[in-house]
Design a protein around this ligand. Structure first.
Ligand code: ZN
Length: 114
């Protein structure tokens, strides 16, 4: 019997990527540090607003966050990096992906209301 083809886009498959080793993570962390010095990062933080909750905390208070964490096989690419406030950054680390999704949804809803 033929094996079923893997779906090309499955948001949850991202969380099941192979675990990167320590050297991979170190390399990506260095890349992230370099990105912080670029004009691109200045543009990301220029608004001073958190990517997730939308709160205005000022450009210097914004932290760099990997949408898909390095520990889960994420990369330090511009597509995978956003500027967010410290609060969201630490919340994201402590939450399960599904809890985090719900949190983001709540943020988007409250933004609509205000
Ligand atoms: Zn935030």
């Amino acid at each position: 019997m033929a094996r079923r083809k893997k779906k090309a886009i499955d948001p949850y498959s991202f969380w099941e990527l192979d675990m990167p080793d320590a050297a991979d993570i170190r390399r990506e962390k260095n890349k992230a540090r370099d990105l912080r010095k670029t004009r691109w990062w200045q543009q990301q933080t220029a608004s001073g607003c958190c990517h997730y909750c939308g709160k205005e905390v000022g450009s210097t208070a914004l932290t760099m966050d990997h949408l898909l964490p390095l520990s889960k096989g994420g990369r330090s690419s511009k597509e995978n990096i956003v500027a967010c406030c410290k609060e969201c950054n630490s919340l994201k680390k402590s939450m399960m992906p599904i809890e985090w999704d719900q949190y983001c949804e709540k943020c988007r809803e409250s933004e609509k209301i205000s």
